[in-house]
Design a protein around this ligand. Sequence first.
Ligand SMILES: Nc1ncnc2c1ncn2[C@@H]1O[C@H](COP(=O)(O)OP(=O)(O)OP(=O)(O)O)[C@@H](O)[C@H]1O
Ligand SMILES: [Mg+2]
Length: 307
Amino acid sequence: MAQYDLRSNEPLPPISCTGPRLQPFKDRNRKIEFLDILSHLEDETSTSPQRHGAYVFKVIINRKIYALKIFKFFDLEFAQQSIGVTWRKRVSGEKLTFHSDPFFAECRAYGRIKEAEEKHAKRSQSKGTGQTKRPTAKELAVPCYGYMAVAADPYEEILAEKYGITFWNRSIENKKHPVKKRLPFRALVKRFENTEISIKEPKTMLEDLKKLRGSLVFQRDIIERNYKNGLLVDFDNAWTEPHWRVDLMGPRQSRITKNSDLYAFDEMIESSGILTQVRATPNDLYVRKLRSHRRDDSNQSGSDSGS
Ligand SMILES: Nc1ncnc2c1ncn2[C@@H]1O[C@H](COP(=O)(O)OP(=O)(O)OP(=O)(O)O)[C@@H](O)[C@H]1O
Ligand SMILES: [Mg+2]
């Protein structure tokens, strides 16, 4: 089992996992007041751990409004089953957890995004004239302020009563405990985006997506509802390199898989009905090629587990 301590003040995933990490949220010990649910629960038709890795809420913590994404528990055995025997033999349980558990996938992606934003801010500062000016970071995604533990007691009951949420994919072992002794939930605190708008300024959206890819974050779920105000909000399916799956793929397969985000971007813009010249992929022929490769890819290797 992968070891980590949600209550320590250390970034996650732990240092044993190579790659970016996310800081704890500064007000993690404050009370949470739940105002609303932001997830689309109507899609929640089954209790499969694969369906929605998390629930997202509008909350108040220390007098400020945030979006709080609370994750279900990760079932390593289930994940190992889902990736199939070929991959299972080649990836450790620890790596699979820290790279493919939606909570850690998002921690790693946001850790890298922060590094990329800081690099970008420094570069634009050195190009500018004023040395005294604080660097302003260009946001590449809806900001995440860190991770926190959400205690089972009292929040499990509050969420059941308020929103009817009872499914957290807890292990049978963990369910046996009285609520007070149950493992806390893992959560990410993000800026609350008070808007119905998903797509905005496709040119900037594409530039951001390319910057993310340049920083080796492959979001892998480019759809309209994962954008708010033109910024990506959901990274729980992301591959942030180094990533076990990329390491085990051949270079050709990995290139094709990663490029599917670009193809998905074009499809998203097209189906949104927004008229724009902006394209992520060069032409239709290329898109068709990617589409057929994507099918091949998923047939060959099965789906990435737990994400
Ligand atoms: N920071 C935010 N501000 C406002 N709304 C948000 C925010 N984060 C998420 N949401 C809303 O909650 C929904 C679910 O968020 P998110 O995509 O992160 O969770 P998810 O579990 O991956 O859900 P899904 O499977 O629907 O993609 C989003 O589609 C969006 O409508
Ligand atoms: Mg989403």
